[in-house]
Every structure is written in structure tokens, then in C-alpha cells.
Design a protein around this ligand. Structure first.
Ligand code: F6P
Length: 320
């Protein structure tokens, strides 16, 4: 393989730049030319493609976002979009593609491989909701960003003896709320993967107050419901002076943590190894601290990523 392409797609995640750098540098190290595709699959279909040299990925490892830009592009689900994309890749002499992103990106990479074009997917999303890997690029940075906010909110919550509902992203997954909640000592973690009962939540807040507790932090995954709706429901069980803080896209930005940069570097390097061996239709992942690769089809067939619910149970024992 003499030329490979790389793109980032779906929601950006801190560490994507580190992964682009790893793919580019490793490929060039092995004598392979690299082409960056702007705006994900939308840019692929439009032919927004340029050569990446060593210097193009300098000063990028520490930057959040993706310097190749990203897009949500549902049109790539159609055969017409996919064939047009392959036509563009061939026009540039590109023989293999690395796709960095979440679920939609995996489907795009899988479709290309089904049409005979080798593509390797790297999990990049703050949501940590991709099967076949314990961690995705961006997740560690995201939970550290949430954690910083939780620590700050605790200060003001304590000063005013208030309950806070902190809504965090994650789409349908609760990993961000779960991990940041445990790390930040949240009193309640509300995630889509576990039932909750508002009466019990209210009862625990009251018990905490009776014991002299000055703050109550409830971290809520957006996949359950919005923070304002949650506050509304909670207010029917008592007056908790609840305030709502929606962290939103703040959690998607920022410089990646060391952990995300190393993960991105490992994934990027491994993706290039696979393409150089002529392998496509694979996704890379980290399972029990080992970098692994597996068929995208089989990985997606495994179904949804499952969060570590032992953390949920542990938090119940730590935050009563
Ligand atoms: O998938 C990443 C993510 O940030 C989700 O957590 C969130 O639900 C979604 O993207 C937001 O998407 P957009 O940036 O398109 O509004």
C-alpha cells in the first residue's frame, strides 16, 4: 500500500488530532503517503482531500477538536454516497482509509470495506459507547472536564446548601456520568442503563440534609432526560433549592489528557499496521489494556457497549 487516507467523522473528541498525527507520522515513517480528508464523509464525497506531510501534524498533539474538521453526514448511508466516496479515493490513488469516530463512522468504514475498499476504524467519541473497546479517544478528557466542573459546583452548592443537577452529554450512554460521578463523589448518578426512583432520590437527599450535609450533587446523563425536567420532577417531592447546570458541548472541547493522547497514538499506530498488512474491515480497540483489532461487522453485531455497572453499585455504597 503506497497511499492511505484519513478522516474524522461525527462528534469531535479531544485526542482526534493525536490520532491523526500518529497515523500520519507512522505511515510516512514506513514510506507511505498520507492524505487528509476534510469534513469526514461529506468531504470524502466532495473530494476535499489534501496531502499531509510530517509538518502538517506538528503542534497538533495537544490540541482539542480535529484539524481535519468533522461532520455528521447521513447521506453516506446510501450506496450512491459510498460509491462516490470510493471514486474520489481512487482519483487520489488512495488504497486504504483510516476513519476516526463513533458509531456512524464505523458503519461508514464497514460500507467501504463491503464495496472492496479497505478501511480501518478507530473509536473516537467522548461518549465511550463503542463496542469492542473498553475506552474511546476523548472519554478520559471529557470525564476530567466534567470532574473539574463538579468540584467547582460543589463549592457553591455547599455555600448555599443546595442540590445541583448536573446534566452531561453521552447520548444514550451513561459512561460519562458514571465515571465522572464516582470521581467527583456525586451523591446520585442517574444513567440510562440503570433504573432510578425519584421518591428514593428525594428521600436520600432529605436524609443527607438531616445529617447536616450541605450539598447534594446529582449527575444526570442526558440519555435519561434533560436536567430541567429532572428538577421539575424532583420538586414534586420537596423543596431542595435545586439548581440545574447543563455542561453541554463544553465537555467536547479542550486539550486531551495524557491518557487520551497515548490511547490515540496506540490506536493510530495499530491502524496503520493493519492497513500495511492489507487488512480492512477492522476496528481497533483497547481491551484489558491490550490494543486489539476485530471485524467491524462482528463488533457492531455484539450490540451496545455496556458501562461498568460495578461503579454504579460502588457509588451507592460510597455516597449514602
Ligand atoms: O456523540 C458525541 C455527542 O457529544 C453526544 O454526547 C451528544 O449527544 C451529541 O454528540 C451532540 O451532537 P451535536 O454536537 O451534533 O449537537
Amino acid at each position: 500500500m503506497k497511499r492511505i487516507g484519513i478522516l474524522t467523522s461525527g462528534g469531535d473528541a479531544p485526542g482526534m488530532n493525536a490520532a491523526i498525527r500518529a497515523v500520519t507520522r507512522k505511515a510516512i515513517f514506513h514510506g507511505v503517503e498520507v492524505f487528509g480528508i476534510n469534513y469526514g464523509f461529506a468531504g470524502l464525497v466532495a473530494g476535499d482531500i489534501r496531502r499531509l506531510e510530517i509538518a502538517d501534524v506538528g503542534d497538533k498533539i495537544q490540541r482539542g477538536g480535529t484539524f481535519l474538521y468533522s461532520a455528521r453526514y447521513p447521506e453516506f448511508a446510501t450506496q450512491e454516497g459510498q460509491l462516490k466516496g470510493i471514486e474520489q479515493l481512487k482519483k487520489f490513488g488512495i488504497e486504504g482509509l483510516v476513519v476516526i469516530g463513533g458509531d456512524g463512522s464505523y458503519h461508514g468504514a464497514m460500507a467501504l470495506t463491503k464495496h472492496g475498499f479497505p478501511a480501518v476504524a478507530i473509536p473516537g467519541t467522548i461518549d465511550n459507547d463503542i463496542p469492542g473497546t473498553d475506552f474511546t479517544i476523548g472519554f478520559d478528557t471529557a470525564i476530567n472536564t466534567v470532574l473539574e466542573s463538579l468540584d467547582r459546583i460543589r463549592d457553591t452548592a455547599t455555600s448555599h446548601v443546595r442540590t445541583f443537577i448536573i446534566e452531561v452529554m453521552g447520548r444514550d450512554a451513561g459512561d460519562i456520568a458514571l465515571w465522572a460521578g464516582v470521581a467527583g463523589g456525586a451523591d446520585e448518578i442517574i444513567i440510562p442503563e440503570h433504573d432510578f426512583d425519584m421518591t428514593s432520590v428525594a428521600k436520600r437527599i432529605k436524609e443527607g440534609r438531616d445529617r447536616g450535609k450541605k450539598h447534594c450533587l446529582i449527575i444526570l446523563a442526558e440519555g435519561v432526560m434533560g436536567g430541567n425536567e429532572f428538577a421539575e420532577q424532583l420538586s414534586k417531592h420537596g423543596d431542595f433549592h435545586a439548581r440545574v447546570s447543563i455542561l453541554g458541548h463544553v465537555v467536547r472541547g479542550g486539550s486531551p489528557t495524557a491518557r487520551d493522547r497515548v490511547l490515540a497514538s496506540k490506536f493510530g499506530g495499530h491502524a496503520v499496521d493493519l492497513l500495511l498488512e492489507g487488512k480492512g474491515g477492522l476496528c481497533v480497540g483497547m481491551l484489558q489494556n491490550e490494543v486489539v483489532s476485530a471485524s467491524i461487522v462482528e463488533t457492531l453485531e455484539q450490540g451496545k457497549h455496556k458501562p461498568d455497572l460495578s461503579l454504579y453499585a460502588l457509588n451507592k455504597e460510597l455516597s449514602f
